[in-house]
Design a protein around this ligand. Structure first.
Ligand SMILES: Nc1ncnc2c1ncn2[C@@H]1O[C@H](COP(=O)(O)OP(=O)(O)OP(=O)(O)O)[C@@H](O)[C@H]1O
Ligand SMILES: [Mg+2]
Length: 580
């Protein structure tokens, strides 16, 4: 995206909504500019009439006029800034909302390929940079630009020769600003990356807290954490250092200019070519111009920072999903709930070498339990995830009751499917809300009932606040078996016709195991169920088993048939199922 397009886009999508506030701020900026110029201008008659001509009347009027001018300037400045702060915060809100919405609907594969830490720094750091550009820098251009023009007019009216000397500074200052802004863009990008790294590290630290203890890597982590903090410090230091780099040069130039001015104006006054009143008014205007010139040199930096932040943010907001459905897609019609895979192949984008699924052709009968078995990494979970279109086939198609999944609406498809996963994921919320997540329209009664059917009741009643207990990030305050039962409760509440079950490999104590089996039997009764089976009891319940090996279906049949016909199944059974 080129810079012009980015500005256009930011204006169209973000600032144009607040155009009235911006216009009002512009109006107040005009008052600021004219009152500042008026202050400098008033010094001319003030000195002439009061000090030279000793006018009694004006001794009151001119100081009053100066007070009025300063008050007008102060109030307008306050209002203009306030309005632009409001605009900035609104824009920030909009940018963050758009980013979060884009994450919510993004393809799972897209999210899996990125780091949360980077996104956190995009969400905070980058968005603030854009906001500053659109509010602070934008206002400065207008307000300080106009003020500078007003003051220059006063200066030129008072003495054009002196003014010419003074404005030699302006192109010099702008060259410095340009060089700095360019350098700044690069440093800021680096700092943003480092802040992303630090966020990422923090997330890892919390996630792996136990692991650090077990492997006694505290010291290693301390050293590593210091490096992350230090890297960020160095970059932020560099930003500030670049930021103030213009100071000595600017001060030196200012000194030279003032010296020349004193020399030249002294000569003009001695030769009576310049009145003392004109000189004071000129000097006041020049001094008042110092602040706007200083702000304007920073504006360049703010724009280049905002621009490089926008280059990172806008592509995130614009991310196109590959898995979506069209308005015109019809709702899926479930009759018997048969699922068929026709020549389905798949690989993950992050690893094109590994053909995870190859030419899968399977028929899954509705209302029955079908099992998938196979070694770790053979592609079972991937296959399961393709039914609710978490991933789409690269080749081939999947049908439910002869309807191509890509041709029915995603909403209606996912409504029909429940997943009870290997790693149940929960929200840091109450038990009640975690179950309710499966169906926000469910009544309290239905939620309690789902908890009962999934055998959650006995552990929930033991918790300090029962259903209102908050369970911690991803349910850290619950046991593995408890989390599994909560995910079964969710499936009960969802009442979908298709159940996908990724059976846990870890074995639970026999009583909990039995409770879970009982709950699952109730849940899957008469439903189309596909289970990644690790237990004999599940395999025996399944009317058909697919043996998957390296992304291919290598044998099909029920347990008895497979034991007779399939060498690999027999092997697999002996090694992995029998003992469990
Ligand atoms: N999100 C992902 N991105 C990239 N590769 C992946 C991803 N998930 C799985 N894989 C790879 O795809 C292959 C199949 O993984 P899958 O999770 O489907 O195996 P599985 O049969 O369910 O194994 P397990 O029994 O251990 O759960 C593996 O080689 C794995 O490394
Ligand atoms: Mg798996």
């Amino acid at each position: 995206m080129d810079n012009k397009k980015i500005y256009k886009r930011l204006f169209k999508d973000y600032t144009s909504k607040h155009i009235y506030k911006i216009l009002l701020a512009a109006f107040f900026s005009i008052i600021v500019a004219s009152s500042t110029s008026a202050i400098a201008w008033l010094l001319d008659p003030a000195i002439e009439k009061i000090f030279i001509e000793k006018d009694q009347k004006l001794i009151i009027i001119i100081p009053l006029a100066i007070i009025i001018a300063f008050t007008a300037k102060g109030i307008s400045l306050y209002l203009a800034k306030l309005l632009m702060i409001i605009v900035g915060e609104e824009v920030k809100k909009q940018l963050q909302t758009n980013m979060l919405n884009s994450f919510i609907v993004a393809d799972t594969q897209h999210i899996e390929s990125k780091h949360t830490g980077k996104y956190i720094s995009n969400l905070n750091f980058d968005v603030s940079q854009i906001t500053r550009m659109l509010s602070e820098a934008f206002l400065s251009v207008f307000k300080d630009g106009l003020t500078l023009i007003g003051l220059l007019i006063v200066m030129f009216i008072q003495n054009w020769k002196l003014s010419l000397i003074a404005i030699i500074m302006i192109p010099l200052a702008s060259i410095i600003a340009k060089v700095l802004a360019k350098r700044m863009g690069k440093v800021v990008t680096e700092a943003q990356e480092k802040s992303g790294d630090l966020n990422r590290y923090l997330i890892d630290l919390f996630k792996n807290h136990k692991i650090i203890k077990i492997f006694q890597r505290e010291n290693f982590e301390k050293i590593r954490s210091e490096k992350f903090v230090n890297d960020l410090k160095n970059k932020t230091l560099k930003i500030s250092a670049v930021y103030i780099r213009s100071t000595p040069v600017m001060e030196f130039l200012t000194g030279i200019m003032i010296a020349i001015l004193i020399f030249y104006s002294g000569k003009l006054i001695i030769n009576e070519q310049l009145g003392i009143n004109n000189f004071f008014s000129f000097l006041a205007a020049m001094m008042l111009a110092y602040q706007p010139v200083k702000s304007l040199t920073k504006v360049n930096i703010m724009f280049s920072q905002g621009l490089s932040a926008a280059k990172r943010i806008l592509p995130i907001i614009d991310t196109k999903n590959e898995i979506f459905s069209k308005e015109s897609d019809k709702k899926i019609k479930l009759v018997s709930g048969n699922i068929s895979f026709r020549n389905v192949s798949f690989f993950y984008k992050s690893n094109l070498e590994n053909k995870v699924l190859q030419n899968i052709n399977i028929e899954i009968k509705g209302g029955k339990m079908t099992a998938l078995v196979g070694h770790s990494g053979s592609g079972k979970s991937t296959l399961l995830n393709m039914i609710p279109r978490i991933y789409d086939p690269i080749d081939g198609k999947i049908e439910i009751d002869n309807q191509d999944l890509k041709k029915v609406s995603l909403d209606s498809l996912r409504k029909q499917i429940s997943i009870v996963d290997q790693n149940t994921t929960l929200f840091d919320d109450t038990i009640f809300n975690n179950i309710k997540y499966a169906n926000p329209n469910a009544s309290d009664e239905e939620i309690y009932n789902a908890a009962k059917l999934s055998m959650c009741e006995n552990f929930i009643t033991k918790l300090p606040d029962g259903f209102n207990t908050v369970i911690g990030e991803n349910g850290t305050r619950l046991s593995g078996g408890e989390k599994q039962r909560l995910s079964i409760a969710r499936a009960f509440l969802k009442e979908s016709k298709i159940i996908l079950l990724d059976e846990a490999t870890s074995s639970l104590d026999s009583e909990t195991e039995q409770q879970i089996q009982e709950a699952l039997s109730k849940l899957t009764y008469n439903k189309t169920t596909i289970v990644i089976a690790h237990r004999l009891s599940t395999i025996l319940k399944s009317h058909k088993i697919f043996v998957i090996d390296k992304g291919k279906v290598i044998s099909t049949g029920n347990h008895k048939e497979l034991l007779q016909n399939s060498e690999s199944y027999k092997n697999f059974y002996d090694r992995q199922i029998k003992q469990s």
